[in-house]
Design a protein around this ligand. Structure first.
Ligand SMILES: [Zn+2]
Length: 215
């Protein structure tokens, strides 16, 4: 369950004595479980509410900005965030240029030559996406889940149609390909092996359990 933001806590605090305010509506609006709101209301009733905030220089304009943590080096005002994103993207491009990466082909080569760092980057990306997903309202989450399901059935049907190796025992050569291509979509690996998408996913689970795939 995610933490509430200072703004959300303030909103709850503002309505502590408002009989027309419905906690479950607000929970739905901000995409959290109602029990989380009830928990904070109870605590506020018992102990009041104060929030610990820090004034930290904005990394874009240099003026002070409110932050939850004192050590943050990339603080930015809401209005400065676009500039911050642009700056970060520019910095990323500059780092790439320094390493001589100017095309997607270069990126592919870099990934091949730096498998450990690439895996680390991918893991962090995935964590970011997961954290973001958790904060979305139910409606948006359901939409994404529906799209993933649609993608799955589409790819499963497509790979099933061409699967000429379906149901046969997995060979060591095939396992080697599954392990080597762990970062590729299962449907692509399935096409190479003449198997279905779900059988490749299943094999990944098996190989992971045996300790042959490590993320
Ligand atoms: Zn600023």
């Amino acid at each position: 369950m995610r933490r509430l933001t200072d703004d959300e806590m303030a909103e709850i605090w503002r309505h502590m004595d408002d009989p027309s305010w419905v906690a479950s509506d607000y929970a739905r609006e901000i995409g959290v479980d109602q029990s989380l709101i009830n928990h904070h209301r109870r605590r506020m009733r018992e102990q009041g509410w104060s929030s610990r905030i820090y004034w930290v220089p904005c990394s874009v304009c240099g003026e002070l900005a409110i932050q939850r943590s004192p050590g943050i080096k990339t603080a930015a005002h809401p209005a400065c965030r676009i500039a911050r994103t642009r700056r970060n993207l520019k910095a990323k491009q500059d780092r790439r240029k320094e390493r001589g990466i100017t095309s997607t082909e270069d990126v592919r080569r870099w990934r091949e030559q730096n498998p450990d760092r690439n895996r680390e980057f991918r893991r962090k990306d995935l964590e970011r996406v997961k954290a973001k997903f958790k904060t979305l309202p139910d409606e948006q989450r359901n939409e994404i889940i529906d799209k993933l399901h649609a993608y799955d059935s589409e790819q499963q049907a497509a790979t099933q149609k061409d699967a000429n190796n379906h149901g046969s025992l997995w060979t060591a050569d095939e396992d080697a390909i599954v392990i080597e291509r762990i970062n590729d979509p299962a449907s692509d690996v399935a096409r190479q092996l003449g198997r279905t998408m779900w059988s490749v996913r299943g094999r990944r689970v098996t190989l992971r359990k045996r300790g042959l795939i490590d993320d």
